[in-house]
Design a protein around this ligand. Structure first.
Ligand SMILES: Nc1ncnc2c1ncn2[C@@H]1O[C@H](COP(=O)(O)OP(=O)(O)OP(=O)(O)O)[C@@H](O)[C@H]1O
Length: 363
């Protein structure tokens, strides 16, 4: 019996993307279906990195195709193509960076930097090209957390090469200035320094640049969220932070300047006993989930208060690289995939398609 495109598409449309819950046929992710006698080949294009998902996905698609009578060999090519998505109106994109994601918190010490580092590493582990910009002038901790303590090099005296570890490109205010010096910067001085750090780093073709923001919602944070082309923001909060409404201030700040909130990560949500593994929600359960629901935004996940997460981050090997198959790393990876998926579902950036118009006096 001859294999028809129609019967194949019907069978393949029963395979769902475990992340979107949608099939690949109706979303047009499945393309270029070729039928040659009993041989079948097609491509699938994902808009987010999902390396850990590919073997399972391939198996399901091949099995679905082989379920059609008359089908022999099946060949599937699954690719990820991450594109630039829209940012605040009127803010131009950085040429080498497709999507900038701010990791922010309403106040200090909630685990924003730990989350930013693990999120970046998880995106890289899923196959994306990732950078981290440590913009936290009050406590630049990415050099320590990502295990880098060198100074960036500059060939031309104007731009700097990002440093690299665990496959992630990194630039930090901590590489360049003394911590005590950066701490006393106020408003314009801090934002100017941070913008320079962002724009004068020679990022190499990034799918995602994770910005570890200074904690809080003051002038510096507001100016950065207005001027840096951000695809979205992830808000990190602890259960106490929820009670103090600090995280809500952070959410409002981004909303005011037109940066979509990609979701909320609740950190130190429950205590895991180092001896027996017993999990106790000391600050009450579901606070983050409720806040996310109140604001109509995604709850990306909850990390426990865990000695391992602290020891690993503080020793320069964050959980996602120190224990990639452990429970906490799996949570970080799930958060990362959800963030990437949320970005993939946003509007594309069309600004690069329009010509720049300049008005000249002598024409
Ligand atoms: N889930 C966790 N369990 C245990 N310790 C954690 C967890 N998350 C972060 N920590 C630890 O808490 C401390 C503060 O974390 P981190 O520096 O990430 O917070 P921050 O919000 O970025 O702080 P700052 O505002 O000072 O930059 C660090 O020692 C870190 O290792």
């Amino acid at each position: 019996m001859a294999v028809t495109e129609q019967s194949l598409l019907a069978a393949l449309s029963r395979v769902q993307d475990p992340h979107t819950g949608k099939d690949f046929v109706s979303t047009r992710a499945l393309r270029d279906l070729r039928i040659d006698g009993s041989d079948v080949a097609f491509d699938v294009e994902l808009g987010y990195p999902a390396k850990s998902l590919l073997p399972e996905l391939r198996r399901s698609l091949v099995a679905a195709a082989k379920g059609v009578a008359g089908v022999g060999n099946v060949s599937v090519d699954i690719r990820t193509r991450i594109i630039a998505h829209a940012v605040q109106r009127g803010v131009p994109l950085l040429p080498q960076v497709k999507n900038i994601v701010a990791v922010a918190s309403g106040k200090g010490g909630v685990g924003k930097s730990t989350t930013a580092a693990n999120l970046a590493l998880a995106l890289a582990a899923e196959g994306a090209s990732v950078g981290v910009l440590d913009a936290d002038i009050y406590g630049p901790s990415q050099p320590m957390m990502l295990g880098i303590n060198r100074r960036p090099e500059s060939a031309d005296g104007k731009t700097m090469e990002p440093l690299e570890n665990y496959g992630v490109q990194v630039m930090s205010i901590g590489f360049l200035v003394d911590q005590d010096e950066a701490m006393i910067w106020r408003g314009p001085m801090a934002t100017q320094a941070l913008e320079q750090l962002l724009r004068q780093t020679r990022w190499r073709d990034l799918d995602y640049l994770i910005v570890d923001m200074p904690p809080g919602t003051g002038d510096i944070q507001l100016t950065l969220s207005q001027r840096v082309p951000m695809t979205g923001a992830v808000i990190v909060t602890t259960p106490q932070d929820i009670a103090l409404l600090d995280a809500k201030k952070g959410i409002r700040m981004f909303q005011k300047v037109g940066v979509p909130i990609l979701g909320i990560v609740e950190n130190m949500a429950a205590h895991v006993c180092g001896r027996c593994g017993h999990v106790e929600p000391i600050f009450g359960a579901d606070g983050g989930k409720k806040m996310a629901a109140d604001y109509g935004m995604d709850y990306l996940g909850a990390l426990p208060l865990s000695m391992d997460i602290r020891l690993q981050a503080d020793s320069g090997r964050p959980t996602v690289v120190a224990d990639p198959d452990g429970e906490a790393a799996q949570i970080y990876k799930k958060v990362a995939r959800s963030v990437a998926l949320k970005i993939a579902e946003q509007a594309k950036d069309f600004s690069s398609r329009f010509p720049t118009i300049s008005v000249s006096k002598d024409s």
